[in-house]
Design a protein around this ligand. Structure first.
Ligand code: ZN
Length: 440
């Protein structure tokens, strides 16, 4: 058992003063507000928030930060730049890079990440001796960094969708494909959950699998969390409509994938029918505000989905920004620009998107400081240049990831005073980038 004494803590009802939080075997076993620090309590200064969930991540996209944004183009030209990075990635460089990226996430306050993983095989689609070598590079990196991980292992079988049907895989995409849903399922079957690892599933998108393949996937995913990129781009809606006579959401509903345990990532361009289907099915959605604005995707229907009872989570996606505060603010700020109204989401709902909703989408019961929940905590400075004077209940509008000082995952403190167990965060991240750059 480890006990923490928090100067202030955000409990499910409100911010409390002087809160002892005890964690035993990874879960919170005591929450006592209004108490004095004991000798054996570890003191957490400032405001302690529940750990944040990064529900949609591609760790390797971190290589593109600050290198594509000034170049014009659109999502599809960005994708070509992203594909070029894959040439530098093998199990060793993937591990080195993800170790740094996951460390950066922890230091910013993310305690769990959903890694949407589709770069499975070697150049030309050549299988590695261990067919899960790339996925295991990510799980090993997460373990070393100390972040909770859901590996959303993605099935990716065709090269896209045009008005005349699915396209063959291109040279890069051969690395993503297992050849069939059955082969994907057999490979994923060999991966095992641990205390900090859950094996989830993903359909890359309605572009990357045919209708029959999506339907087959729905029959083999079992009770794993399932994610898919959905309607990020209008072009995807148009081709799906042309080929299948349905929107991507309608199409996913037809195939049996849409439902409880399913998360639609982006869900940017939805019709009224899509919104209703999402609500009725019990599916959730994950928005990635800093990515969606960077890639000029559009502003998703956040309030409309919430009105249908759809749970919303948040993700850093392409890693141009790794900051849970920025994503929580982002969804509200985009709504304001669209609606000309402030306060579209209550602050408590934004916090829920960044915490409990993300945990649930990734198959974990956490993101809240309450007995029984996972022991994941984040301490945030309240005396920095950004946070001095802010109301604690509104800290998500003032703080950034740079204000995070301490991070606890499953009861273990992995970031202390801004320094990660592996060393100074700037150094760990710089080394990880260098490991990829120097490999070519
Ligand atoms: Zn993505």
């Amino acid at each position: 058992m480890t006990s923490y004494w928090c100067e202030h803590a955000q409990l499910p009802d409100k911010v409390h003063r002087g809160v002892r939080v005890a964690v035993t075997d990874g879960r919170i076993t005591e929450v006592t507000p209004g108490t004095q620090q004991r000798d054996d309590d570890v003191r957490l200064r400032g405001l302690v928030l529940p750990g944040f969930a990064n529900a949609h991540s591609h760790a390797f996209h971190r290589m593109l930060r600050g290198r594509t944004h000034g170049a014009g183009g659109n999502f599809w030209t960005w994708r070509q730049q992203m594909y070029a990075v894959t040439a530098q990635l093998d199990p060793d460089t993937s591990f080195a890079l993800a170790r740094g990226v996951f460390t950066e996430m922890l230091a910013a306050g993310y305690t769990v990440v959903g890694e949407f993983h589709y770069l499975h095989h070697g150049p030309g689609g050549q299988r590695y001796a261990n067919p899960n070598a790339m996925g295991e590079a990510l799980t090993a990196a997460a373990e070393e960094a100390g972040i909770r991980l859901t590996l959303l292992d993605a099935c990716y079988l065709s090269g896209g969708l045009s008005s005349s049907g699915h396209l063959p895989l291109d040279e890069v995409q051969t690395r993503f494909s297992d050849g069939s849903v059955q082969a994907w399922a057999e490979r994923v079957e060999a991966l095992r959950d641990t205390d900090l690892l859950r094996i989830g599933a993903a359909a890359h998108s309605v572009r990357a699998l045919t209708r029959d393949q999506l339907a087959e996937l729905a029959t083999v995913v079992g009770d794993r969390p399932v994610h898919a990129h959905v309607s990020e781009q209008i072009g995807e809606n148009l081709t799906t409509e042309m080929v299948y006579g349905a929107s991507p959401v309608e199409h996913l509903a037809d195939t049996g994938l849409l439902g409880q345990g399913f998360t639609a990532v982006h869900a940017t361009h939805l019709s009224d029918i899509d919104l209703e289907l999402m609500g009725r099915s019990g599916a959730s959605a994950c928005f990635c505000p800093t990515t969606e604005r960077d890639l000029a995707d559009g502003i998703g229907p956040g309030c409309e989905l919430a009105a249908e009872g759809v749970s919303l989570s948040l993700g850093s996606d392409q890693q141009a920004v790794i900051d849970p505060f920025e994503e929580m603010r982002g969804i509200e700020m985009h709504e304001r620009l669209k609606s000309h109204e402030r306060g579209r989401f209550p602050t408590a709902e934004l916090l829920e998107m960044g915490t409990t909703a993300g945990y649930a989408s990734l198959g974990w019961d956490g993101g809240r400081i309450a007995v029984g929940a996972l022991g994941d905590l984040v301490a945030v400075r309240t005396d920095s240049r950004r946070t001095s004077g802010v109301a604690l209940s509104q800290i998500i509008f003032g703080a950034t990831g740079a204000d995070v000082t301490d991070v606890v995952v499953g009861g273990r403190r992995v970031v202390s005073g801004g320094v990660h167990d592996l060393g100074p965060v700037d150094d760990v991240v710089a080394e990880s980038i260098l490991a990829v750059r120097s490999s070519t």
